[in-house]
Design a protein around this ligand. Structure first.
Ligand code: FAD
Length: 256
């Protein structure tokens, strides 16, 4: 599926926490719809304005009938601050869908599936759970947050169960999300979150002999595989996170 650029209109933007926003835009009537794990390069400022580069944000949700696209993002620096100022009716430029994403239909054939997320790494997991559920497999969702939990009610229709861990113990298990995971109980584990968390998930999966796919993040410029700026070293050679990934077999990208 090839990426295209288009200007889209903001339908709504909501704060879920002081630094977390959910942004919904209207897609043009023509053009590809993304699938879980893919992302777009977002730009809400002129080419002459800073920051120089568009910002990669995963697809959180899609509504195929209404042709809307929803992003869930954390305000970190200049680019995401500019996105947070967008209001109804304003426009931004999207390039995408980018990347390979998760193959939910294939994953659903693996038997019982666990989806493990950490913090804003839960963003691409909603569409993943939705696609898995549509393919006949309601996954078990395990999510870890520092303290404040956000956005989980949207997952409820698509998951067999949702287990929560927080660093502070404010909600759910007081500890790491990896404490909640027994990979031996699953045919496949899919994960997105901080690198250290995904490596922990991958290690448990390796010990249990359970396949694991991880969605990586890396700083990137073009999002299309052209500039090679996001190249990472894997056990099968260098790969671009934006085009070859962001989803990779975990044992290829983590030292375990
Ligand atoms: C494929 C992909 C999908 C992503 N999906 C989402 C998403 O759904 N929701 C979301 O909130 N974020 C997502 N990100 C991360 C998001 O792109 C960055 O947080 C954003 O680009 C920061 O831009 P900024 O201008 O606000 O901050 P900057 O000023 O550029 O950076 C602020 C801080 O964030 C760090 N940072 C910047 N970019 C990245 C990056 N790519 N990876 C790790 N750290 C970074 C910087 O080192 C710095 O410490 C994704 C990244 C990738 C590569």
């Amino acid at each position: 599926m090839s990426a295209t650029s288009c200007n889209v209109r903001v339908l709504r933007q909501k704060a879920l926490a002081p630094d977390i926003r959910r942004l919904t835009v209207a897609l043009p009537q023509e053009g590809p719809m993304p699938h879980a794990g893919q992302f777009y390069m977002l730009r809400a400022w002129a080419a002459s304005e800073s920051p120089l580069l568009s910002r990669p944000i995963s697809v959180h949700d899609v509504d195929e009938q209404e042709r809307t696209l929803t992003f869930l993002y954390q305000i970190k620096g200049e680019g995401t601050q500019k996105l947070a100022h967008l209001a109804w009716g304003q426009t931004l430029t999207l390039t995408g869908p980018c990347g390979n994403g998760f193959d939910a239909a294939a994953a659903a054939k693996a038997g019982k599936v666990a989806v493990v997320g950490g913090g804003i790494g839960t963003a691409p997991l909603l569409l993943l759970c939705k696609e898995l559920s549509a393919a006949g497999c309601r996954p078990d969702l395990m999510v870890g947050f520092r303290d404040k939990v956000y956005g989980l009610e949207a997952f409820e229709p698509y998951c067999a169960k949702i287990d929560i861990a927080t660093d502070t113990g404010a909600v759910g298990h007081h500890g790491l999300v990896t404490d909640l995971l027994d990979p031996a109980a699953y045919g496949l584990v899919l994960t997105c979150g901080p690198g250290v968390m995904m490596r922990g998930v991958a290690k448990l999966c390796q010990a249990a002999g359970t396949p694991c796919l991880a969605s990586l993040e890396n700083k990137m410029a073009c999002g299309l595989g052209a500039c090679l700026g996001c190249t990472c070293h894997t056990k099968v050679g260098p790969k671009t996170v934006c085009k070859d990934g962001p989803v990779f077999p975990a044992e290829e990208v983590f030292e375990l």
